[in-house]
Design a protein around this ligand. Structure first.
Ligand SMILES: [Zn+2]
Length: 499
């Protein structure tokens, strides 16, 4: 095969693989959106069937031939970064398909389908005991997957690599230690000021519909394209990229105003998903990089934009339109109440400053289990002890503690670090963006988002998954992963702006 023919066939195969992704995405979305209780077994059967179809294609002699030819090609043989991305993506998929036995992949997919329903029931019953065997089962399955991918590397490193290509847990652990120290220093400096902030203005009567409408409109202020997204209301906020211009956003309304930030967060995922260039779509590379880069985009819109005082100059009028009872409350008072830093036991509703600590605790728990230091039967106790140590707080029950996240049930083990890493990526991107758009905050205050969105599109979104994350980060910022720009941003916001 000539290089040209190889590439043409590689793109076809990758695009067909993405069709299977779309089917699984749609079925994953339906799990929460439309599936009846007794419809589960058949859904699993169908999902398993398509998993096998996708694997059969990857393991076929023809794919092997294409992959072998791709491996022969050097950097100079590719027309652009997209072709290089196709080769990278197809080789990666092929390797995973060949290395992880098919039965194991189907078993994992079926197990996570059932585990998510078990998590929901355990949450209803407030019972860690009910959920614990499922955590155990999931962690064991993930261990088998990691060992199949690379039996010679530490299991947890392999798992984290499947979330965030190119990072290792030792590097992440060291960066997290510095970050923890930096955040605790800021927290100590502002603790008294924030304890004195009166949040009673936030306690208003509300309906879910009111919050949903407010959140939806505020998200549109950032020039979010509603024609590429669908929004709905489920138990847990999430965004499923079903197709290149099809982002399914779901919002949960725990904690009133939190719905606004969940919407901006999932909107950030949705935007990254729908903003791929046509070339990325044509190559089957749409949707963005998995893990930290995706979380980074979500958290950029949720926090760096969504929690800035400049953005609230345009967001507050929307709030006032839906909540006329707040008319007497000045923006400054409402905004400071929203921004109050209060260490708590909940990750999702955590304030911006302390948020990064929550995923770090989960990352440490996962790492210790995979290093053989702990047992899942002790997870509730370990969880509570970690919260006691970090925040001086004890979850009052399982629901408030170890049951609060769906992640383990959905198979996202070795994933939590990506939330905190996403913040670090956001900090690095912001530092680079400010060089090009020093007036970005003033623009937001006027409702102008074209420069900000355009910058992110040009430097990150357009590429879809073409360029591996560490390479992309270096290309955009000129640096390797570091916590310093994010800490600098936090200090500016909490030690200077909000004083
Ligand atoms: Zn997210």
């Amino acid at each position: 095969m000539t290089d040209q023919k190889t590439m043409a066939r590689a793109i076809e195969i990758l695009k067909e693989q993405r069709y299977y992704d779309s089917i699984q995405g749609l079925m994953g979305w339906d799990l929460w959106e439309g599936l009846s209780e007794k419809g589960q077994p058949y859904r699993q059967e169908v999902s398993g069937y398509f998993t096998r179809q996708a694997l059969d294609q990857l393991k076929s002699p023809e794919t092997k031939k294409v992959v072998d030819a791709l491996r022969e090609m050097g950097p100079g043989d590719f027309a652009d970064v997209y072709e290089q991305g196709v080769a990278h993506a197809l080789i990666d998929r092929y390797q995973n398909a060949v290395q992880v036995p098919e039965e194991l992949q189907v078993e994992l997919r079926n197990y996570t389908g059932r585990a998510q329903m078990a998590w929901r029931d355990a949450l209803d019953h407030n019972s860690f005991e009910e959920y614990q065997p499922w955590i155990e089962g999931l962690f064991q399955l993930k261990r088998r997957v990691a060992e199949a991918i690379d039996p010679n590397r530490p299991t947890f490193d392999v798992l984290c690599d499947t979330t965030d290509e190119g990072i290792d847990t030792a590097q992440v652990g060291a960066i997290f230690a510095n970050l923890k120290t930096g955040i605790m220093e800021i927290l100590d400096a502002i603790r008294e000021q924030h304890q004195a902030i009166d949040t009673s203005v936030l306690d208003v009567e509300y309906t879910h519909q009111q919050i949903r409408d407010t959140a939806y409109e505020i998200n549109l202020l950032t020039d979010f394209d509603g024609a590429c997204a669908h929004d709905s209301h489920v138990l847990h906020g999430m965004c499923t990229g079903v197709g290149p211009r099809d982002s399914r956003i779901a919002i949960s309304y725990k904690g009133t105003w939190g719905g606004i930030f969940t919407m901006l967060h999932e909107g950030g995922h949705g935007r990254y998903n729908y903003s791929s260039s046509q070339r990325a779509i044509d190559c089957g590379l749409w949707g963005g990089l998995r893990g930290s880069m995706h979380e980074g985009q979500a958290r950029f819109y949720e926090n760096i934009i969504g929690k800035s005082p400049e953005f609230w100059q345009i967001a507050y009028p929307v709030v006032l339109r839906h909540f006329p009872q707040l008319k007497q409350v000045p923006l400054e008072k409402f905004y400071m109440a929203l921004m109050k830093v209060t260490p708590s036991v909940h990750r999702i509703t955590a304030d911006e400053l302390t948020y990064s600590l929550h995923p770090i605790l989960r990352f440490e728990m996962e790492k210790d289990w995979f290093d053989g230091k702990t047992k899942t039967k002790d997870f509730q106790e370990i969880w509570n002890a970690k919260y006691q140590e970090a925040f001086g707080l004890m979850p009052k029950d399982a629901r408030e503690g170890v049951l609060q996240d769906i992640h383990w049930a959905s198979g996202h083990v070795g994933y939590f670090q990506s939330y905190t890493l996403g913040n670090l990526y956001g900090g690095m991107l912001l530092e680079a963006m400010e060089q090009d758009i020093p007036q970005w905050e003033q623009q937001m205050a006027k409702g102008e988002f074209s420069a900000i969105n355009g910058w992110l599109h040009e430097h990150v979104h357009q590429y879809g998954m073409a360029i591996p994350p560490q390479q992309l980060l270096r290309q955009v910022t000129g640096k390797d992963l570091t916590e310093e720009p994010f800490l600098h941003y936090l200090r500016r916001r909490y030690l200077t702006k909000l004083r």
